[in-house]
Design a protein around this ligand. Structure first.
Ligand SMILES: C[C@H](CCC(=O)NCCS(=O)(=O)O)[C@H]1CC[C@H]2[C@@H]3[C@H](O)C[C@@H]4C[C@H](O)CC[C@]4(C)[C@H]3C[C@H](O)[C@]12C
Length: 324
């Protein structure tokens, strides 16, 4: 399972948890402006906006999981297994392979409004990267500081939904996730008052009772409600450190601990990494399951006019700050 979220303070933040039982081998990859993209059905693109994100790099190609561009747009792909379906190539569309979707959008859109325009003539097609990497069944959240959309390519076509809550998890399809929030409209960060019955002396005997009923399990539907509640009520100072810290706390609400979600005998899904991008400033912060210290890569500390990928390894292993 995975969860993505946005957060606005002075700057705009975008990130995700990547939950799985194994890692594909990830790196923080910066695609500079003159890296040549060769799209399978949509031609060559030799100059474009710079991109930073988490990727598996295969044959010098950045297979992004989540990324932002230098203009302030963020995008993440999350599992949508059993529901994702990709189209056949047709002559009247921009045919973009599923693995090209993040580069296609982030290389040329400076705003969410430009994303919407580009999506009008795009089809997500079933062209795999290679035999080793078959199609990933995903859906996507795309955001800028003005809002978010969800993109779901299904058997009945490409769906683009406004995403007013700015979060995404996995199944079921997005309209169902949004609808189920109706069931939780009574939740509140404030203490409840007794509306149950005037004839009973019911009291709020503990802090936090306003959110009694918030689902605590790791299912995708429950994580959607939990992260939506946390994000919509999250409050922090607007400095960089306060914002980044608060963002990791928001996604911490859906953290997956090894042992709680068994996917096969003795195999467990865990939060492999959590990212938090300052989209405004082009900084990719992350923590991993084994390393709670926040690490960061700042795209603007690199020469973004280059033509070769710039990659940083994911730093693993707890960094403990001994005080004596
Ligand atoms: C496994 C990842 C999604 C994690 C997730 O959503 N887990 C939820 C599990 S569940 O549904 O709730 O059960 C996805 C996110 C991005 C994906 C990768 C990116 O799409 C980039 C390439 C795309 C290639 O087609 C396949 C390899 C790949 C490198 C993908 C491997 C894998 O499918 C990734 C890493």
């Amino acid at each position: 399972m995975c969860t993505a979220a946005t957060y606005q303070t002075k700057d705009f933040y975008f990130g995700r948890t990547l939950d799985y039982e194994f890692s594909y081998g990830d790196q923080i990859a910066i695609t500079p402006r003159n890296y040549p993209f060769s799209f399978r059905h949509a031609g060559e693109m030799n100059t474009h906006y710079a991109i930073i994100g988490m990727a598996h790099v295969a044959g010098n190609y950045p297979l992004y999981y989540d990324a932002i561009n230098e203009k302030g747009v963020g995008m993440a792909g999350l599992n949508f297994v059993g529901n994702a379906a990709y189209a056949d190539v047709t002559s009247d569309r921009d045919n973009i392979a599923q693995f090209e979707f993040i580069p296609w959008i982030l290389s040329q859109c400076a705003t969410l409004s430009e994303v919407r325009t580009l999506l009008e003539r795009m089809a997500l097609v079933a062209t795999p990267f290679n035999e080793q990497f078959p199609l990933a069944q995903l859906h996507w959240i795309i955001s800028d500081k003005t809002g978010s959309i969800t993109v779901e390519s299904m058997a009945d076509g490409l769906h683009i939904y406004e995403n007013p809550v700015g979060v995404l998890t996995n199944n079921p399809p997005f309209p169902q996730q949004m609808f189920q929030l109706n069931n939780f409209m009574h939740l509140s960060p404030k203490q409840p008052v007794n509306t149950f019955s005037d004839d009973l002396a019911l009291t709020a005997y503990s802090r936090g009772m306003g959110a009694l009923g918030l689902p605590g399990d790791l299912s995708s539907a429950s994580r959607f409600v939990r992260v939506a509640f946390t994000k919509m009520n999250a409050f922090s100072g607007d400095s960089e450190k306060e914002s980044v810290s608060q963002f990791f706390h928001i996604l911490g609400s859906v953290d997956q601990q090894r042992g709680c979600c068994e996917v096969a005998d003795g195999k467990y899904e865990i939060t492999l990494y959590t990212s938090c991008c300052n989209v405004t400033k082009g900084i990719y912060y992350y923590t991993t399951y084994e390393n709670h210290q926040i690490s960061a890569v700042d795209m603007h500390r690199e020469n973004l006019d280059g033509g070769a990928l710039i990659c940083y390894p994911v730093i693993q292993g707890e960094q403990i700050n001994y005080q004596n």
